[in-house]
Design a protein around this ligand. Structure first.
Ligand SMILES: [Zn+2]
Length: 131
């Protein structure tokens, strides 16, 4: 199933999610599309809050949607924004590492695309195997 989802399509879904971003404070919209091993795609956007600490990143929004619908294994995530490369923040790297240390990570902004891996973004990560 997941063979049908190309990197390009996943990136397009992340870009589409920019339309749903609620980012009145940072003015930095972020969209994400998380590909589960079973082929399902879970999308997310950042959801900011006047109490800044309650803000949710797009990546963790997508991850929570996925886990709450039974997906636990993931192969890739695409993240989109505008103006600069939207690499996941530290909290999102850790949250994604819990389920998918070998996740492929793609970011796109203003027509640019960069591809990397979660292991490169979070070397020596702390996960379930660490306990
Ligand atoms: Zn984040």
């Amino acid at each position: 199933m997941s063979e049908n989802m190309t990197d390009e399509k996943l990136l397009e879904l992340a870009v589409k999610m920019l339309d749903y971003s609620y980012s009145p404070y940072s003015h930095y919209p972020v969209g994400a599309a998380l590909l589960a091993e079973d082929g399902r795609v879970f999308t997310g956007c950042n959801v900011e809050n006047a109490a800044f600490g309650n803000t949710l990143c797009a990546e963790r929004t997508a991850l929570c949607k996925a886990v709450s619908e039974g997906a636990r294994k993931f192969t890739a995530i695409a993240i989109a924004s505008r103006g600069s490369a939207p690499f996941p923040c530290g909290a999102c790297r850790q949250s994604l590492y819990e389920f998918a240390p070998d996740l492929r990570v793609m970011v796109t902004w203003d027509g640019h695309v960069r591809k990397t891996t979660l292991r490169q973004l979070l070397p020596e990560g702390f996960g379930p195997d660490s306990l």
